[in-house]
Design a protein around this ligand. Structure first.
Ligand code: GLU
Length: 450
């Protein structure tokens, strides 16, 4: 590995020893781009890598809210404006108990390269809070969101920083956040947030975009392998917006999700989650209780395996981890490799630990695709939502879906080309890192030292 790259990774390891998720993503990205640094000595001269691993700005803020009984609670809010070289900071907000700076930084760092891959002018950012939405009433969520936005509104805006959803932040939360922003600013700047409701500037297809985009990307991988999507059986983890979008697009394309895993275990439905009725049931089940997917198995009379993940099942063609970070560790990777399944398509942000990812990539019979490319359609459609807001127009579902498809075809193409250019062959992981990095690095170099 290039000595400069190694020194920057070591700096990050020492400085962020308490933030393992951030160290993990830096190791993954920087080790991939080592040959680019060899080819561009000017990057080392400008110390570009120590700059790129340091957020341009990151801050915390106090968020106090009252529960329905009048008791006070104090939470920490975060926003990381990681890199704005190619556009306003863009990235979601995560509300989850385990949120701490290491999670926000890892997501923000991934977001820089993911957003660059979309081909659209959006920089990388991320934010959130350690607020736990589980079991909270609507009124409690509203008060929390209002308090959160009261602290944040001065530091965001349609040309500054455009937050969106992530885990724990969906349409309801975005609505409350936008209402408070509008109240505080006294202007109708709906381009300040994406993932909005359709009645106030949201985009058609945004809720499904990440899952749809992942399926379009999978189609490109299959095309490359002279294979086809029709009849493919898919095992996923997670059945949130992203998993649901995968199920729906799979159905439209003649494929089917036959396994899905949740916090309580996994469901095996050999017929596939591919009727309107089943898709609607998933939405209802999730709204009632996000911690259990067993009710699906009970309703449709299929197998449910408690407290287990579906990694290693043999009767599928594609694995798509779509739940959360570090879902697939070495033990699961070994089972996946042993199953003989060819396609491992990451969807959630950093769903695979680095050792497990490298192990899977080393399997001769497997093709591995990285999440920062595969899930980029979500933020990509967010950027399309921003365009619609600034034009004061709404595009049709067909227009958005068509642009999303083109975007995913292009992401796959530029990733494959970047890997090829540096002699890696069809290595989608390395290619995505190189293509994303190259775009941001060029913009940073042209803008001078800061
Ligand atoms: N949270 C999503 C992501 O990980 C979407 C971000 C956005 O739409 O800004 O990319």
């Amino acid at each position: 590995m290039n000595a400069y790259v190694e020194s920057v990774i070591n700096n990050v390891r020492a400085k962020h020893a308490n933030e393992p998720e951030f160290v993990q993503t830096v190791e993954e990205v920087l080790s991939s781009i080592s040959p680019v640094i060899d080819a561009h000595p000017e990057y080392e001269k400008a110390d570009l890598l120590n700059r790129i691993v340091e957020p341009e700005r990151m801050f915390t803020f106090r968020v106090v809210w009252q529960d329905d009984n009048g008791a006070y609670h104090t939470q920490t809010g975060y926003r990381c404006q990681f890199n704005g070289a190619i556009g306003p900071y863009k990235g979601g907000l995560r509300f989850q108990k385990n949120v701490y700076p290491g999670i926000i930084k890892f997501l923000g760092f991934e977001q820089i390269f993911k957003n660059a891959l979309t081909g659209l002018p959006i920089g990388g950012g991320k934010g959130g809070s350690d607020f736990d939405p589980a079991g909270k009433s609507d009124a409690e969520v509203m008060r929390f969101c209002q308090s959160f936005m009261t602290a944040l509104y001065k530091y965001i805006g349609p040309s500054i920083d455009v937050p969106a959803g992530d885990m724990g932040v969906g349409g309801r939360e975005i609505g409350y956040l936008f209402g408070q922003y509008r109240r505080l600013k006294g202007t109708y700047e709906n381009g300040v947030l994406t993932g909005k409701g359709l009645s106030y500037g949201g985009s058609l297809i945004r809720p499904e975009a990440t899952g749809y985009g992942a399926m379009y990307y999978l189609c490109e991988v299959l095309k490359h392998e002279h294979d086809k999507i029709e009849g493919k059986r898919i095992a996923i983890s997670g059945y949130g917006n992203v998993g649901w979008g995968i199920m729906k697009k799979a159905m439209q394309l003649g494929a089917k999700v036959t396994y899905f895993a949740g916090p309580d275990g996994y469901v095996h439905d050999p017929d596939g989650v591919c009727t309107e009725d089943k898709l609607n049931f998933i939405l209802e089940m999730r709204a009632k209780d996000p911690m259990h997917c067993k009710p699906y198995a009970d309703k449709y009379g299929c197998e449910f395996v408690p407290n287990a993940k579906c990694w290693g099942v043999k009767d599928v063609d594609v694995y798509m981890p779509a739940a959360t970070q570090n879902d697939v560790k070495m033990e699961s990777a070994e089972k996946i490799a042993a199953s003989g399944v060819k396609y491992y398509i990451e969807v959630a942000n950093m769903p695979t630990t680095n050792d497990a990812l490298n192990y899977l990539r080393a399997q001769k019979h497997m093709i591995v695709a990285p999440s920062k490319a595969v899930n980029a359609g979500g933020v990509g459609v967010s950027a399309l939502e921003m365009s619609q807001n600034s034009e004061r127009l709404s595009w049709t579902a067909e227009e958005v879906d068509d642009q999303l498809k083109k975007m995913m075809i292009n992401i796959h193409k530029v990733s494959a080309e970047a890997a090829e250019k540096y002699g890696f062959g069809y290595d989608l992981v390395t290619g995505a890192n190189i293509a994303g990095f190259q775009k941001v690095a060029t913009a940073m170099m042209e803008q001078g030292v800061f």
